[in-house]
Design a protein around this ligand. Sequence first.
Ligand code: HXC
Length: 257
Amino acid sequence: MEFILVKKDHAPHIALIQLNRPKELNALNLQLMGELRDALKEIDEDDDIRAIIITGNERAFAAGADIKQMAGKTTIDMWKVDQFSTWDQINKTRKPIIAAVSGFALGGGCELAMTCDMIVASETAQFGQPEIKIGVMPGAGGTQRLTKALGKAKAMELVLTGKFIDADTALSYGLINKIVPVELYLEEATKLASEIASMSPIATQMAKEAVKRSFEVPLEEGLHFERKNFYMLFSSEDQKEGMNAFVEKRKPDFKGS
Ligand code: HXC
């Protein structure tokens, strides 16, 4: 891996993926995205890992897709490359993903953070969809996920003006989960990931699947899906362990089976 660093044992049951093109503010070129897709697939198949953190560095989570790589491309070049199939794969990751964001999360960087399940931000984080300023528009989910998170008026403003919002604004808009001092953002994301990793991994993955389904389908269908996953969990050993532990007034020890 040239443009990402992967630590599968960042903390018990937690993998860390760090975007690693610091000089280019972690601009998301095709190779980086391919590496990210491959790493997530491998981690998703690793039974020992229960939660994932994606981060950048203090200055930038990611300043967007690599403009220099895209600048000379034609429609057909873009179509042939089919970069969004990579994004689609990333979006299919079953395990919970937390974005630990400091500095710039712009364009594709903001879209990548929004593709994750939760966002822990440092107080220096800045979010935005500035594609409009370079003559295009968001392409990796920005117009959809931002609108679902913020509502039409605010999403329109960000997408049509390209302006950035700071961490406080992002929190008040409901885009992110929490803000912490810059020296603590990774630690805080790790704490959140550890809390999730202490639960049954089968239940967390089925619950994630159901929450995500709410974005895709009408309420009745979503409720039906939720119910199906709920029933399915009763064939896991973790369900027995969780409920027995409650009755016996002890901490559950979830095995992921
Ligand atoms: C390629 C980038 C880049 C990007 C920064 N760099 N963002 N290279 N693609 N998206 C490079 C700069 O060219 C520069 O390289 C180095 O990183 C440092 O950036 P500076 O601009 O010198 O830093 P600063 O003045 O602090 O400004 C930071 C910034 C600015 C505000 C984040 O870099 C910026 O506006 N970047 C572009 C943001 C953007 O438009 N993102 C959306 C991209 S389109 P050199 O070699 O000059 O030192 C997109 C579409 C997604 O994301 C579609 C789905 C995939």
